[in-house]
Design a protein around this ligand. Structure first.
Ligand code: PLP
Length: 382
């Protein structure tokens, strides 16, 4: 039985360009980019070229006098924690932090951790269409608010958030905005400067790069404390010997993705349409969550009323289709999705919601076969 992998929001297979880039660095012999000898300096130049290419890929401005920074991290989770704990930690006394109700656990849990230390954590409501309620958010932002976190696109529904509007309403209070762009990277046009945020998280393994590397992109003037102490690497923002090979793999994956960006958008949209139309056609009562809202082209959250989502994921797995019940960080837990609850979805829809996420490596034929399998499996539950 051939597996049909439709869980690409959890992670993607590495592309050849990325694998080759990693291999080239490993075969060349790893050197410490902080070493003073010529071999170390060569490694440093390579690392800085990967940093530049990742920054350019997200339209950061790297050559201004007030240049943006790209700080390599171990992934999106660390980048989110660095922004949240780092920005808030730079204030002498706790203030208010506002997050949306649909953030990834690496944001919501970091904010809850701050609340234990006396921060006033407020959560903005979510509209039924899956977007943050801007009016409610505006009512929560006051002169004491130091940070607002709204993700660029949700990992479960794919719904794109009005981050530019969030930035405008926060400007009045000179409050910093952090956005988690881990799922958005490569799936929509990403313009760091255009968004106007203070910091933005990205991760390589969602775009066919290696797991274990991501970055926090930061405006020159965004001040934050490091999470770790012990070295001067990355200007002290993220001490520790940099993983040059992983940075190479990240940079190549981003190049590969952005090289044919419009083609990839169109292809992913085609797969999404095939999948959603196919499933809605063969599963009466199924609902696409967030349909009608601006959405990423690779994410389809489909609710099957009356179905037990855990049992359905397992049955689909046995039948050869890999999908998920929500965030990979929460999978294995039987708790209902906080994102879908925040949207006010009816309990029977929350209970029966599955996430299918395609990638450019999936074929139309695979998606058609998956639709047929989903139809058969869901019918067995009815
Ligand atoms: N943010 C979002 C929206 C995600 O979907 C994920 C991963 O699923 C992360 C952050 C965490 O990224 P990483 O796995 O690179 O730590």
């Amino acid at each position: 039985m051939d597996t049909i992998y439709l869980d690409n929001n959890a992670t993607t297979a590495m592309c050849d360009k990325s694998i080759l880039a990693l291999e080239a660095v490993y075969r060349d012999g790893i050197k410490n980019p902080a070493s003073q000898h010529h071999a170390g300096r060569h490694s440093r130049r390579l690392l800085e070229s990967y940093r530049e290419s990742v920054g350019l890929g997200v339209t950061a401005h790297l050559t201004d006098i007030h240049a943006d920074r790209v700080i390599f991290t171990s992934g999106g989770t660390e980048a989110n924690n660095l922004a949240i704990q780092g920005i808030c930690g730079s204030h002498e006394t706790p203030g208010r932090i506002v997050i949306s109700g649909i953030e990834h656990p690496s944001v919501s849990s970091a904010a809850k951790f701050l609340a234990l230390g006396g921060w006033d954590l407020q959560t903005a409501k979510t509209l039924p269409n899956g977007q943050v309620d801007l009016e409610h958010l505006a009512s929560l932002v006051n002169a004491d608010t130091h940070l607002v976190c709204v993700m660029l696109a949700n990992n479960e529904t794919g719904v794109i958030q009005p981050v530019e509007d969030v930035v405008s309403l926060c400007a009045r209070h000179e409050c910093m905005v952090h956005t988690d762009a881990v799922q958005a990277l490569g799936k929509m046009v990403l313009d760091f400067r255009g968004l106007g945020v203070a910091t933005m998280s990205i991760s390589a393994h969602k775009i066919h790069g290696p797991p274990g590397v991501g970055a926090l992109v930061s405006r020159h003037e965004s001040t934050f404390l490091p999470l770790f102490y012990g070295g001067f690497q990355q200007e002290g923002a993220r001490p520790g010997t940099e993983a040059v090979a992983l940075a190479a793999g990240f940079s190549e994956a981003l190049d590969f993705y952005l090289d044919k960006q419009q083609k990839h958008f169109a292809y992913l949209s085609r797969l999404q349409e095939l999948l959603e139309d196919g499933i809605l056609g063969c599963c009466p009562g199924a609902v696409v969550v967030g349909q009608g809202s601006p959405r990423l082209p690779q994410t389809s959250c489909i609710a099957f009323p009356g179905i037990d989502r855990q049992a359905a994921v397992m049955a689909l797995d046995v039948a050869g289709v890999c999908c998920s019940t929500g965030s990979a960080c929460a999978s294995g837990s039987s708790e209902a999705s906080p994102t879908l609850l925040a949207m006010g979805l009816a309990p029977e829809l929350v209970e029966g919601a599955l996430r299918f996420s395609v990638s450019i490596l999936n074929t139309e034929e695979e998606v058609r076969r998956a639709v047929a399998i989903v139809g058969e499996v869901i019918a067995c539950f009815e």
